[in-house]
Design a protein around this ligand. Sequence first.
Ligand code: NDP
Length: 407
Amino acid sequence: MRRVSVFGSTGSIGVNTLDLLERQGGAGAFQVVALTGGRNVDLLASQARALRADIAVTAYEECLPALRAALHGSEIEAAAGPAALIEAAERPADWIMSAIVGAAALAPGYAALRHGTTLALANKESMVAAGPLFLEAARRHGARLLPVDSEHSAVFQALHGEDMASVERVIITASGGAFRDWPMERIARATVAEASTHPNWAMGQRITIDSASMFNKGMELIEAKELFGLRPDQIEAVIHPESVIHALVGFRDGALMAHMGVPDMRHAIGYALNWPERAELPVKRLDLAALGSLSFRPADPVRYPALRLAREVMATGGLAGAVYNAAKEVALDGFIAGAIGFLDMAAVVEQVLSDMSPRQGLGNPATTLDEVPATDAEARALGRARIAGRHGAGRHGASGDTPRGRI
Ligand code: NDP
């Protein structure tokens, strides 16, 4: 029986992964080794019971008593904390889903690869902050990395059976986010509420704002460079408002292979779960005639400075991705808190990248995973200082206005 674990099982990707595991036979077809969550221990415990997991782990020590209570009477082990997450990742398994949000996913994902386990990678930060380290661990320990982020799954599928040497370029599509049709002057004054509304679908606030600013797409460009070993000039982004084509791969004979489908993460998760086979999946089928037409437009680096900065990060390489990720997280906190304007987010990230560029070895890949949190912490501290500086400057500005949109 296939042994599987799901890290971040209580989140959006985790719940969809468990849905597919249940549809493909659940506890009768899979041995579920570990399920992990954060604060939602009731859901974690009920998932662990339904799938008869060996162990359930919460990331937080203070949640352990509640998890134990919720698992009372079952034979499922309960554990808590970062070390327990790593221990769970080291348990023998054939397939692990990495769907913890943020940098907390790095250590368990890395541990899984070092034990030769196939890692289905939804978490974006792993490749952006520590791509070379993950790839080296996979190579050295004979583990496989399967992309789950939908654009990267699309590229992976378009590359199936192809020789990487014949790949000319990879094109990642973007919906364009909330402000794709707004004039720049209006974008500068955008409110948190306006940035939190996605034109195509409903998602969490942070990811929706990251879509509007295109920091999410910037992360995906960096992720693609690392995952597929591409040069920065081989990776393009294009605005595709219908979000039907997820990515395209261009080959040296001029052919362009597009991956299309309705936006449903269960496709990419299911592909990674069943790879190299394809299983029947409960996703809607595309009706091309009903769709009528598809449109594309350039991803303007002036409208979307996050893309320009991602290109700089790709050119620098190494730990610059960790800086980009950490700085955009604190910039997003600052925007949500009302301390800075929408376009200030990119300005803050640019300043932090420039503050840290003289740092020795920023362009070199991390040699140990410990270097990533240290760089992350440094970038966050610099980002917070830059935000405080902007906020202060705004407060004492001549107009006395809020600093929203000031860059
Ligand atoms: P969610 O926020 O829905 O879920 C995150 C999961 O991580 C939950 O299980 C949460 O537990 C757990 N968690 C939160 N904090 C910690 C921590 N400090 N340590 C360990 N576990 C923690 O995220 P998503 O499922 O949406 O996304 C997961 C990852 O996949 C992200 O990196 C995201 O960028 C990426 N991704 C998501 C896509 C999507 O469509 N949702 C698409 C492509 C990529 P709890 O809820 O119990 O607190």
